[in-house]
Design a protein around this ligand. Structure first.
Ligand SMILES: NC(=O)c1ccc[n+]([C@@H]2O[C@H](COP(=O)([O-])OP(=O)(O)OC[C@H]3O[C@@H](n4cnc5c(N)ncnc54)[C@H](OP(=O)(O)O)[C@@H]3O)[C@@H](O)[C@H]2O)c1
Length: 288
């Protein structure tokens, strides 16, 4: 199987490169090698690679910066996936794409299903939703996995920020009124590979996140508890609860980021483990 992987240097891209390796010939491209903002070279690169599967791990993920450069976010998160989808259709290839809980406004009382109507609060969510819609409208074979609170040992994420701040400070303030599930890049990558190893895969949109739920505050406390347990920290900082209103950011975040993954479990007979299991296993890797 020939697989074209975009965004190969991102936090998910790096894990995908590893997890997809046993499936066949992985053509892994980082931003320098394949810039999704350049429509002409993107088309040409897909045609040259002629993959059976395109795995798009590239994205504009600077949620706050997107407020001041929505056109750049749209080019990478909406226009590029549309081109990948067109080229996938032309080749008869399968396109695997990742999207976000930020397509929702967070006002629902329970976890979001794939049938809930998206209503992004900010430019990043708008750009990601436009990408989803373009792929679905293209008629190519596709899987879109909406995930949440992605972390790993590479790249920029909440886990790494907390581990750094925890070494520098005795006290931290973390919001306790946004709820969701942290999702380990390795679990996303492994499940993608497991699905690609099958002869037949369904088509469509799926919610796919770590099982269970927490707040950012609960997540921060878990990080410090598990990091101490793993011998990565001697002493944990005190983590104070604050409201999102007291931590204003350029882009508003949904209060409810919980994704109902029942459709994924039903159709694939697979599920991501509890978010805390992912955290423990990820931290175990940090010891070496
Ligand atoms: N991070 C989260 O919390 C989160 C939550 C929900 C969903 N998601 C989704 O999960 C997927 C993977 O995200 P991630 O966390 O792995 O993000 P990431 O670490 O920011 O990786 C994205 C990669 O895309 C690359 N990229 C940016 N612009 C590009 C361009 N013009 N051409 C080619 N590559 C480009 C980035 O390169 P540079 O490093 O050079 O910029 C980076 O390597 C994305 O679809 C994202 O929307 C993420």
């Amino acid at each position: 199987m020939r697989i074209l992987l975009t965004g190969a240097a991102g936090q998910l891209g790096r894990e995908l490169k590893r997890s997809l390796a046993c499936l066949g010939d992985v053509i892994a491209r980082d931003r320098q090698q394949l810039d999704l903002a350049r429509a002409d070279t993107l088309r040409a690169a897909v045609r040259t690679a002629a993959p059976a599967v395109i795995v798009n791990a590239a994205a504009y993920t600077a949620v706050d910066k997107a407020e001041t450069e929505p056109t750049v976010a749209d080019a990478i998160n909406a226009l590029a996936p549309a081109i990948l989808a067109e080229e996938a259709k032309r080749l008869g290839a399968l396109l695997i794409h990742y999207s976000t809980d930020y397509v929702f406004d967070g006002s629902k009382a329970s976890a979001y299903t794939e049938d809930d109507i998206p209503a992004p609060l900010a430019a990043y969510g708008h750009s990601k939703l436009a990408g989803e819609l373009a792929i679905a409208a293209s008629g190519c074979r596709h899987l879109i996995f909406r995930t949440s609170w992605v972390y790993g040992l590479h790249g920029v994420n909440f886990l790494k920020t907390m581990l750094r701040l925890g070494q520098e400070r005795d006290e931290l303030r973390v919001v306790d009124d946004q709820f969701g599930a942290p999702t380990w890049t390795r679990h996303l990558a492994d499940v993608t590979a497991l699905i690609l190893a099958r002869r037949e895969v369904p088509n469509g949109l799926y919610h796919l996140a770590g099982a269970g739920e927490t707040s950012w505050h609960g997540y921060a406390e878990a990080i410090f508890a598990e990091a101490q347990h793993a011998g990565l920290m001697d002493k944990a900082p005190v983590v104070h609860r604050i409201a999102s209103a007291n931590y204003p950011l350029p882009a508003p975040r949904p209060a409810n980021s919980r994704l109902d993954c029942a459709k994924f479990r039903r159709d694939f007979d697979l599920a991501l483990p509890d978010w805390r299991t992912g955290l423990i296993d990820c931290l175990a890797d940090a010891r070496f």
